[in-house]
Design a protein around this ligand. Sequence first.
Ligand SMILES: Cc1ncc(COP(=O)(O)O)c(C=O)c1O
Length: 451
Amino acid sequence: MTNNKTNNHGISQAQLDAHWMAFTGNREFKKDPRIIVSAKGNYYTDSNGRQIFDGLSGLWTCGAGHARPEITEAVSNQVATLDYSPAFQFGHPKSFELAHRITELMPEGLNRVFFTGSGSDAVETALKIARGYWRKKGMASKTRFIGRAKGYHGVNFGGISVGGIGPNRAIYGQGIEAGHLPHTMINENKYAKGMPAHGANLADELEEMVALYDSSNIAAVIVEPLAGSAGVIPPPVGYLKRLRELCTKHNVLLIFDEVITAFGRMGSNTGAEEFGVTPDLMTVAKQLTNGVIPMGAVIAKQEIYDTFMDTAGPEYMLELPHGYTYSAHPVACAAALASLDILAKDNLPERVKSIAPYFQEALHGLKGLSHITDIRNYGLAGALSIGAFGADQGKAEPGKRPYEIAMKMWQKGFYVRYGGDTIQLGLPFTTELTEIDSLMNALGETLSEVK
Ligand SMILES: Cc1ncc(COP(=O)(O)O)c(C=O)c1O
């Protein structure tokens, strides 16, 4: 029987029941829903009319702030002009303009862009391009991937296979063949500010993997330059460079998953630029459209693109049998162009860089408060480990305290993300210093309230 009675959010129980929500404790949520009805600048408004600071920029998506008129206008004009055009065998002007614009923000050499519908799609696309590339090169046995413990690469089968967050993999059975490098969240790096000093040697574990699997069987290594979803793990000094050297030495592609780190959050256009290491393939999404319309992309080195072009037979043949109905969606392209315009016009990566030191000091100022076992940060990304550390994370009542902290913060008017045993912050690039102060005060107060 359907229950059509509405609660104080204007949503009926039947409506609540009908939606199986993503990455949400559905049973808990539906008892006391947290409903967001609008957003402007750095704030949400909930169904009780409360203003809530957006401490994770949506889901690391909306760094330029919400409801930017430039994006709203670009999207509505695009819907009125060309709402959809077939992604296969036909083009529209904005996708080419956007692809070129993206390449201008990339490190030298990454200059071919394949559009997808999301970050997870971008990861699958990159993995398929990597395997296809080696096959085209006559090395069809290079199929295995190397990810990293605590890595997050979306939720599709390839992504969870290379991903290293146990609970995201546990119930889904067999994935694709993948090994994992160790993570770099080690004791020596506790409370490091920015890039930690220790752990570059952990990249050398790739030598062990090559010894175990043989490079003739490995297609690519995939890492986030800064691991976001596991709780903001910046790369140790020298780590990414070492990984790059080893991938080159063993003829293995290096993929940077920059779904969180691209387009400003690190204080540069990309993590690759910020950390001075260029991968062979890069995945992006989220900030590309400021979160307004779903969109992802893979950016490839030209040699990879050329390999597909040169080995595909007659020119009417597809070079890469892959793509999505929503690849290069015109409305997403319009949103992305407007969003990248804002990034440049408002110098947002520079703004991130200029306020990151203040954020760092404020966040590390929480050291010593109850439950905190580590603090990490880079750019406008930061995280607290709560109650457990490293391999012990998630063992006792997984995520309970972070959940309680996040809920109390919500009550106080701050949205922060909890994941595993961490509280994660991804501030809007437009955050004011006074907002950082208020956020830290609320966090400090909350930590003392949680048992
Ligand atoms: C590094 C990374 N890769 C991939 C994804 C998946 O993106 P999406 O949720 O858009 O599929 C995410 C999402 O948080 C991410 O952080």
